[in-house]
Write a new protein. Structure first.
Length: 319
């Protein structure tokens, strides 16, 4: 039996944000959160009782230690994380806003310890000791090192018979759409489970039409047997073979939009781990709603809370 239900590799960062209504250029205080697409998925699944392991490279100082300690406390195995002396932790800044202004994100992650990670830094035996390996386009967007690591991970996982989950997770501020589309096509082709925003499928891969048609076009680009697409406030959908299922978004009072996509992926993968991708569609919607209702990238939920949300048994106050 594999040691883990899911493993992943990628960059974790500090997220520094100002309250809604404040401007970054005029703030005197910043809220600090641990963030990172791959570690977010590991955390969410660990909180649901799954065995998860995360591989990365972080600075060998207090900021790197804060990342490792937070993920360890959340139940993620971090024994394969490498520590690097005299390097920096990637950060990103958020200025929250309400209409008509959009939320603004500023990245400061160039030349981070994770961006310098090479294939030689990866404990491949650890990473492949899993039921499913979760990879994202964000790691590929870090640069040549990141793309090499993702390509090797795909090749090694396929050779070892390990299932592969791939989330396109496009970030326009990290690389242009044409470059990302060309680089990510061979990666999503190797996925067994694929995640992609509907808008990204159109922007990066030229898919178009209503959700069933758009996802059918995306299906032609991958071997994935389960394809999940999210469509913002409309909801999400699953395509398995010729079977199309749509899940409306659950009602939610939004506190923080960031991290809901990773929460959706975690919920969907939780269903996949139970050999029930259809249940994963609803669990993904539930976990995404929980993520939207809390502050921070990491969704700190539980199996009981997710079940309560999905069965509409939640209450305003639990005493």
């Amino acid at each position: 039996m594999p040691r883990f239900d899911l493993t992943s590799i990628g960059e974790a960062m500090w997220r520094l944000s100002v309250p809604t209504g404040r401007r970054l250029e005029d703030t005197r205080t910043l809220d600090v959160e641990v963030a990172g697409a791959e570690s977010n998925v590991c955390t969410a699944l660990a909180r649901l009782g799954r065995r998860t392991g995360w591989v990365s490279r972080v600075p060998d100082h207090a900021l790197g230690s804060s990342i490792v300690r937070a993920l360890r406390a959340d139940g993620v195995d971090v024994t394969a994380v490498r520590r690097a002396a005299n390097e920096r932790l990637g950060t990103y800044f958020i200025e929250y806003a309400t209409q008509p202004r959009a939320i603004q994100v500023i990245y400061d992650r160039t030349d981070s310890a994770a961006a310098h990670m090479t294939a030689a830094d990866v404990d491949w035996a650890y990473l492949l000791d899993t039921r499913i390996l979760h990879l994202t386009g964000i790691t590929a967007a870090l640069g040549d090192n990141g793309r090499t690591i993702v390509a090797q991970a795909l090749q090694r996982a396929r050779a070892a018979g390990i299932a592969i989950s791939f989330d396109v997770n496009y970030r326009a501020k990290m690389w242009p759409a044409d470059t990302a589309g060309a680089a990510l096509r061979p990666m999503l082709a190797e996925a067994d489970v694929l995640f992609c925003k509907g808008a990204d499928a159109q922007r990066l891969f030229g898919c178009s039409g209503e959700p069933p048609q758009l996802m059918a076009a995306l299906q032609k680009l991958t071997r994935a047997t389960a394809i999940y697409c999210t469509f913002g406030e409309q909801g999400a959908a699953l395509l398995q073979g010729s079977e199309f299922l749509f899940q409306p978004a659950l009602p939610v009072q939004i506190v923080d939009r960031v991290g809901s996509g990773d929460a959706f992926a975690a919920g969907a993968l939780d269903g996949w781990l139970d050999n029930d991708p259809r249940a994963g569609l609803r669990r993904g919607a539930g976990l995404a709603a929980i993520a939207l209702s809390q502050f921070g990238d990491r969704v700190l939920s539980s199996r009981a809370e997710l079940d309560a949300v999905l069965t509409q048994k939640s209450a305003d106050i639990v005493r």
